[in-house]
Write a protein that binds this ligand. Structure first.
Ligand SMILES: Cc1cc2nc3c(=O)[nH]c(=O)nc-3n(C[C@H](O)[C@H](O)[C@H](O)COP(=O)(O)O)c2cc1C
Length: 331
């Protein structure tokens, strides 16, 4: 169980915000497969003020798409407050502020991970946002801008401020901003956040690729929960598997090829409903790589699906390698 203020999740894991992936089709599949919370991708504060942006597949909220978190990127406290208020009104159940993104163009604009070097500014942002919303507020952090002493000190300052300013949870990715995705995530530091701030809900992130990783991180480190990020791409089965293991049950049998193909087809069809084919086909390729990992002839399947040029070729490829796929489970 995880508690973020008034929001309680029945399991200690959830699906991460994943820009470029976690739009509505991925979120709907994750919720259907038992993710207790999903996120849309990162949104620039100013964008949240435009209704048209909120109607895009990356941010729109379906009727059955709750609980859902919205994540904001920005560095102006007043604008972040207004944007957070707008997201809450639009229907988001939780607001997450991103102080973690390592992308150079984000850092150059002094947003995302850059703000780990500006604890004073982070506190101002937290205060404005806290005033503007009544739903739970969490922060996404990395363990410092870099591994310098100053970097670590600023990180601890931000954790302490969060705990004094009414933040309901910290999601901590165990790498520094300059480290980006290199080397392994440092779960020792993530665990130390919980030990230093035992009243704060602390979620760890980094290198969680399979259901067993969720259980092991929870066993080995004093965290309240685990974020499932890359491990969920083309792999909604990670959620029922983690649920079963958390309940002390055996891991469910691997999905049959027919089930895998059925989900791939549905995922692709949902993407086709929301994007023109010229975008949908390259977009779906990013998930194909994840889906194919479970296929015994992974390389051949990937070769065929990643070179498909039309929607028909994608669907024929899925049928060829996964057989007569299952009918839709739910509409
Ligand atoms: C393609 C991609 C997109 C991501 N987008 C976001 C994002 O929008 N917001 C965010 O806070 N983290 C984002 N992350 C970071 C993940 O949420 C997570 O913290 C990170 O991938 C570490 O977990 P993992 O090693 O288990 O994947 C992204 C990561 C990847 C690989």
């Amino acid at each position: 169980m995880i508690t973020f203020g008034k929001l309680t999740l029945d399991m200690p894991f959830f699906q991460a915000p994943l820009s470029g992936y976690s739009d509505q089709p991925m979120r709907l599949l994750a919720l259907e497969y038992g993710a207790p919370l999903v996120f849309s991708g990162l949104m620039l504060d100013k964008s949240a003020l435009y209704p048209k942006v909120l109607e895009k597949p990356l941010y729109v909220i379906g009727k059955h798409e709750h609980p859902i978190g919205g994540q904001l990127l920005g560095n102006e406290p007043e604008m972040m407050g207004r944007a957070a208020g707008r997201l809450e009104e639009f229907g988001y159940d939780l607001i997450d502020l991103n102080f973690a993104c390592p992308v150079p163009k984000v850092i150059m604009k002094e947003r995302g991970g850059f703000l780990l070097t500006q604890p004073g500014r982070v506190i101002e942002i937290i205060r404005e946002v806290r005033k503007a919303i009544s739903c739970p507020l969490i922060l996404k952090l990395r363990i410092g801008y870099d591994h310098s002493e100053l970097g670590r000190e600023e990180f601890w300052q931000i954790c302490a401020a969060a705990s004094g300013e009414g933040v309901d949870g910290l999601v901590v990715h165990g790498r520094s901003v300059v480290q980006r995705y290199r080397e392994s995530a440092d779960w020792e530091v993530i665990g130390r956040v919980k030990s230093r701030f035992p009243g704060m809900t602390v979620i760890g992130s980094g290198d969680v690729y399979k259901a067993e990783d969720v259980v092991e991180r929870l066993k080995d480190y004093p965290v309240d929960g685990v974020l499932i990020a890359r491990g969920a791409i083309g792999n909604p089965w990670i959620f029922p598997e983690a649920r079963a293991l958390m309940e002390g049950k055996p891991k469910p049998e691997a999905p049959s090829l027919a089930e895998q193909g059925g989900i791939m087809r549905r995922h692709f069809e949902m993407i086709l409903e929301q994007y023109p084919a010229r975008k949908a086909i390259p977009y779906f390729r990013k998930f194909t790589v994840g889906y194919c990992k479970r296929h015994p002839q992974r390389k051949k399947v990937m070769m065929e699906l990643l070179t498909a040029k039309t929607a028909e070729q994608v669907l024929v490829g899925i049928r060829k390698w996964y057989g007569n796929v299952l009918k839709k489970k739910k509409s």
